[in-house]
Design a protein around this ligand. Structure first.
Ligand code: CA
Ligand code: CA
Ligand code: CA
Ligand code: CA
Length: 281
């Protein structure tokens, strides 16, 4: 097993411990962190008067608002392999907000659907990174912290990771809000792939080439940066691909610094939240 896979597995199994271990071993590569630098090309969120229906059907999301992420434009996390083929793994996403929530829609293109590790679509502590899944990351205080999983849990208080498997299984165990899925005060999500016994649950897997969609809603009460005029929050989103069962094959991020894109907030992008149209701010 490659060492990066081993680190990933330990991180997932032991939370803060593994992230701290990675740092102490000096394995985090890349240039110095530009703490505080905002994204020069942020995503502009769109204000919605009517909240999207969280059902994995993206028909209420305007096509023009989606941002494409393909292998040549995104960042692969070097914990796993990569691909040059956008039909193997690519995605597009859109963000919207109202006064209370951030909404995220993602459409993933994937040639082989595999859900062998998360067969329970109702799981709220899923091992999402092991299957075809989406992960959404929030830097809710917009601190650009180099370690979003610091041992003190400082960054977890205002964000973290919200992960959704193609069948709707989720986890927020790597956020400040574990086991809160479905609670209006925290977050909810839905995904479009069918429950077991659809073809993605057993070899030879689902090669129909359909991919999947997710929709998520995250309460902005826990993101203090969202409550300022011209509010920006740190944000990234990734698609995770398993095409042969077992471990993940690849993880493609909109913005991130490899390896450990999930950890380093400083390389995430920005979302500029839209004020209500009648706001006097
Ligand atoms: Ca919908
Ligand atoms: Ca694939
Ligand atoms: Ca796949
Ligand atoms: Ca798997």
């Amino acid at each position: 097993m490659p060492i990066t896979r081993s680190i990933r597995a330990r991180r997932r199994a032991h939370g803060h411990f593994a992230a701290t271990t990675v740092l102490s071993l000096g394995l985090v590569a890349g240039p110095p962190v530009e703490t505080g630098a905002h994204d020069t090309n942020p995503v502009q969120s769109r204000f919605v008067q009517r909240a999207p229906i969280l059902d994995g059907d993206l028909s209420e999301w305007p096509d023009s608002t989606f941002i494409e992420v393909i292998p040549s434009t995104g960042t692969f996390d070097a914990e796993s392999d990569s691909t040059a083929d956008p039909t193997d793994l690519s995605f597009r996403f859109s963000v919207a907000n109202d006064d209370d929530y951030l909404y995220v829609a993602v459409q993933v293109i994937d040639d082989v659907m595999v859900i062998d590790n998360n067969v329970d679509a109702g799981d709220i502590e899923a091992s999402a990174w092991m299957d075809d899944a989406v992960e959404i990351f929030l830097d809710g205080d917009h601190s650009h912290a180099p370690d979003g999983r610091d041992a003190g849990g400082v960054e977890y208080r205002t964000g973290g990771e919200f992960a959704i498997v193609a069948n709707g299984a989720v986890t927020s165990s790597y956020s400040g809000f574990p086991r809160t899925h479905g609670d209006l005060r925290y977050w909810s999500a839905a995904a479009s792939y069918a429950s077991t016994p659809a073809p993605a649950y057993a070899a030879p897997w689902d090669s129909a080439g359909a991919g999947f969609c997710i929709e998520a809603r995250i309460n902005l009460d826990h993101a203090p940066a969202a409550r300022r005029p011209g509010a920006r929050i740190g944000f990234t989103v990734s698609a995770h691909d398993d095409d042969d069962g077992g471990e993940r094959d690849a993880a493609l991020y909109w913005r991130g610094r490899s390896p450990h894109c999930w950890q380093n907030e400083s390389a995430w992008g920005d979302v500029v939240l839209a004020p209500a149209p009648d706001s006097s701010d």
